[in-house]
Design a protein around this ligand. Structure first.
Ligand SMILES: [Fe+2]
Length: 212
């Protein structure tokens, strides 16, 4: 009789056919959930671009909206490759994140830097969710030997990470702008806490430094 360690080993190496079936089902249900999420965030990105204050933030949202169109197409390609009907599965997680993103627009002043900072925070929450789900799908695709699907998922995962990084850079430029404005208004009173402070996760920059 196989030991527990052997069973776990077979599970993760993809040698256990009953586990394979369960993982395939899990892959499909996560795929449908991310398909739903991408389509919802595609629309939300347009709203975020309309609501933003600076051209930099607006163009970051519009560029990611273009990428998201390709990401939706990649997911449709994966449905075809594994031979299942293209359909979506509701994701309460993305619904909640998008509703938060809409809420920050009503809570911040139009044309303010705070509006852009709040939009970046909301967008990064969505990006982190998407990075988590694409990372999990990629792991499952590798275990299941879905090579073509894995390649497509890896491309999207890289784009999501690059967007997250870009948003972090934009957030840091806000910190610098605010910092300069303060220095001009009150020379010599420059406060150290306005400088970006990276924690263990360098992608999360906004909360402390901007004080929003
Ligand atoms: Fe995406």
């Amino acid at each position: 009789m196989a030991s527990l360690a052997d069973k776990i080993g077979s599970f993760f190496s993809g040698n256990d056919s009953s586990a394979d079936e369960g993982l395939r089902d899990l892959f499909i249900s996560e795929l449908k959930r991310v398909y739903y999420s991408e389509k919802r965030s595609l629309h939300a990105l347009g709203d975020q671009a309309d609501a933003s204050t600076t051209n930099e933030v607006r163009s970051a949202f519009l560029q990611h909206q273009e990428e998201s169109r390709n990401q939706v197409e990649r997911l449709e390609e994966i449905f075809k490759i594994i031979g299942i009907k293209t359909e979506d599965h509701i994701s309460h997680a993305i619904d909640g994140l998008i509703s938060d993103a809409h809420q920050v627009v009503s809570e911040t002043e139009q044309g303010s830097l705070t509006r852009d900072a709040a939009l970046i925070i909301a967008a990064q929450k969505i990006e982190h969710y998407e990075i988590a789900i694409y990372g999990s799908l990629l792991t499952l695709a590798n275990v299941l030997d879905f090579t073509q699907s894995a390649e497509l998922l890896a491309q999207t995962l890289e784009e999501e990470k690059a967007t997250d990084h870009k948003l972090t850079t934009l957030a840091e430029s806000f910190v610098n702008t605010r910092s300069r404005e303060e220095e001009e208004k009150h020379p010599g009173s420059h406060h150290a806490s306005r400088h970006p402070i990276h924690g263990t996760d360098a992608d999360v920059t906004l909360g402390g430094p901007l004080g929003v």
